[in-house]
Design a protein around this ligand. Structure first.
Ligand code: MN3
Length: 197
């Protein structure tokens, strides 16, 4: 089994004007694809050849000797998850159970948005901000580089990529503007709600 670049859940220009086709073509077509190509090279001829992406991540996580494998495999997972966190016409306040859980955990949607943005903006260097489910409760977290909240008992519900390649073409150095736009215009709350189940 060879790892493949998963299809985008929307057309490359579907998130314009908030996230450009140019950004997607580089971010998905070059960065995400490169992680897939690298992983295929790294597993070739090893005991991890033919294993699923999740199996590779589990086998490489926390092992410094397998850092290259983990980084590429986790970045494939993170990016595929990130694309599904966005949709045309998305963003703003959710409704239903996830809205109620956000109010319970953070006090209000605005408080959630403020904390999520702070986690994303405050992540020094490259990484990800996440909304996760931990022991049945919502929590905001962030991870450096390729790291993901999946191994330590947290279930990922939502993420935003804050590597510079995620926003530089559209927002240059203005990471806060990108994250605010992600919250206001891009989040697919239906996907987030589905991850609760
Ligand atoms: Mn990225």
């Amino acid at each position: 089994m060879t790892h493949e670049l998963p299809a985008l859940p929307f057309a490359e220009n579907a998130l314009e004007p908030f996230y450009s086709a140019r950004t997607i073509s580089f971010h998905y077509g070059k960065h995400h694809k490169t992680y897939v190509d690298n992983l295929n090279k790294l597993v070739a001829g090893t005991e991890l050849e033919g294993k699923s992406l999740e199996e590779v991540i589990a086998a490489a996580a926390g092992n410094p000797a397998k850092a290259g494998l983990f980084n590429n495999a986790a970045q494939i997972w993170n990016h595929t998850f990130f694309w599904h966190c966005m949709k045309p016409g998305g963003g703003g306040k959710p409704t239903g159970k996830i809205a109620q859980m956000i109010d319970e955990a953070f006090g209000s949607f605005d408080a959630f948005a403020t904390q999520f943005k702070a986690a994303a903006v405050g992540r020094f260097g490259s990484g990800w901000a996440w909304l996760v489910l931990e022991n049945g409760k919502l929590k905001i977290t962030s991870t450096p580089n390729a790291e993901m909240p999946v191994p330590p008992g947290q279930k990922a519900l939502l993420t935003v990529d804050v590597w510079e390649h995620a926003y530089y073409l559209d927002y240059q150095n203005r990471r806060p503007d990108f994250v605010q736009t992600f919250i206001d215009k891009l989040i697919d709350w239906d996907f987030v709600a589905k991850n609760l189940d």
